[in-house]
Ligand binder design. Structure first.
Ligand code: CTP
Ligand code: CA
Length: 227
């Protein structure tokens, strides 16, 4: 049998984490994106590795140091992130979707730089991206699926709605207007909601510390520390 120290409960298990924003190209020099820094996702990946997991970090464009002991897959668009996650999904024990995936992409990518002009009305037509997490929820076998939701109002209700709609096991919600955390911050204030209806609110703490606490809670609720 294989040796598994109590403090390394994820030894021999694969954890897939997505992080950062996606970029959706408009033309060769422009894109649509969002303010995600990737810090929470990178912290989740570091936490998974520190609990012994084989950790795959699928990362949108961020300016963070690569965490040690983690396999990084760099992607740009939502479509590329979807392909990368799909390739790692089947044998994953836990999948954590921290990425701020763009909901819309330009319907067409111009092959040449768009020039300004005085007589057009400058509309960019948008198309929906695939909801990666919702698709993973539809495909779920025995993976533990963890989503994130950054909200500005009705934080808990909106989070619970996403947990149910996307067939998740957990959702980690945060109010981005809370001064104790949010985009770009080194700290965060979140509530962990499980499909069983348990709520764990955490007060403001550093994202690195919070990531370990959240993952340990999930590992314990899933019984991954005892088998
Ligand atoms: N997500 C995803 N693929 C998308 C959009 C979102 O995988 N195309 C995932 C995110 O990574 C996150 C979760 O879904 O884990 C919730 O993202 P969020 O933007 O809060 O929810 P949406 O379902 O996109 O709803 P809305 O933006 O309208 O609030
Ligand atoms: Ca969204």
């Amino acid at each position: 049998a294989h040796f598994k120290p109590k403090n390394l409960p994820l030894t021999g298990k694969k954890v897939v984490v997505t992080a950062g924003p996606t970029r959706e190209r408009i033309d060769p020099v422009r894109y649509i994106s969002n303010f995600s820094s990737g810090k929470m996702g990178y912290s989740m990946a570091e936490a998974a590795a520190s609990l012994g997991a084989e950790t795959i970090l699928i990362s949108g464009p961020v300016s963070l140091d690569k965490p040690a002991g983690v396999k990084i897959v760099d992607v740009e668009s939502a479509a590329e992130m979807f392909e990368a996650v799909r390739a790692e999904y089947h044998d994953a024990t836990i999948v954590i979707k921290s990425a701020a995936v763009a909901d819309y992409r330009p319907a067409e990518i111009h092959t040449q730089k768009i020039k300004k002009s005085d007589d057009d009305d400058s509309v960019i037509e948008l198309a929906r991206t695939t909801d990666i997490l919702q698709t993973l929820g539809e495909w779920k076998e025995d993976q533990v699926l963890v989503g994130f939701a950054a909200e500005t109002e009705n934080v808990i209700e909106n989070g619970k709605g996403k947990l149910q709609r996307k067939n998740l096991d957990y959702i980690i919600v945060n109010d981005v207007t809370d001064p104790g955390g949010g985009f770009g911050s080194d700290t965060n204030v979140v509530t962990l909601i499980s499909k069983n209806g348990t709520y764990h609110p955490y007060s403001s703490m550093p994202k690195k510390e919070l990531a370990t606490v959240l993952l340990q809670e999930i590992v314990q609720e899933e019984g991954l520390d005892t088998n």
